[in-house]
Design a binder for this molecule. Sequence first.
Ligand code: AP5
Length: 218
Amino acid sequence: MATYIVLLGSPGAGKGTQADILIEQTGLEHISSGDLFREHIRKKTELGQLADSYMGKGELVPDDVTIAMVTERISSPDCDRGAILDGFPRTLVQAEAIRITLNEKGTDVTVVPYITAPEEILIARLSGRWTCRASGHVYNNLYSPPAQKGICDICGSELYQRNDDTVETAKKRLQVYTEKTLPLINYYRKQNKLVKIQGNQPIEKVTEDLLAALNIEA
Ligand code: AP5
């Protein structure tokens, strides 16, 4: 039976951090819509150019192109066992689209951990985040700094700050999240798939709670 986990939570809640840990524990594929867009931006594709114009302002990329990109990824054979969806769906239209795609495969979203944290913590996390250019490993000035400033502990590559991680754009992303993504909480609650996870705890404790919610032994 395939397992499709939707990690729901505001920008900075810790979805990407936890997804990286969960893929080690579950062997499932990690599908991050934000990472897929950033890959298109790096490769200077037409989709990358379009996505960049929305991401830089903290707005959502239009549903049609986002849905096409993610459904193509989830339809590839390496996702037949399941996947961890991080940052998708983010609108009701996207949620319906993924439901239909998975239903066509004879499956559905299995569980939706909803990671929460107070807004001031989210802003501090986003504005303090540094990401490895080569491997995508994530650090934080305040909470999990690298041993050497600007260098990834794991692969030694350069760390950079995302251009949407300024305080101003982070605030805009949180506002967009409230308007467009919060309705998904009720959508998945009605389907009995929502599990609330307290994200304002040390990373290891959030993982422990997630594994318990997913019935996976550490
Ligand atoms: P995306 O890349 O998905 O960004 P996001 O949802 O805003 O999420 P983040 O990556 O900012 O946060 P996260 O929850 O993953 O936190 P992380 O684990 O890194 O999207 C970017 C943009 O792409 C969007 O604004 C939009 O334009 C576009 N886009 C993407 N998907 C889309 C979609 N479906 N539809 C339309 N547009 C879309 O943690 C953050 C920081 O906190 C890190 O420094 C980390 O080290 C630290 N941290 C994490 N957990 C803890 C903890 N427990 N304690 C202390 N520090 C912690």
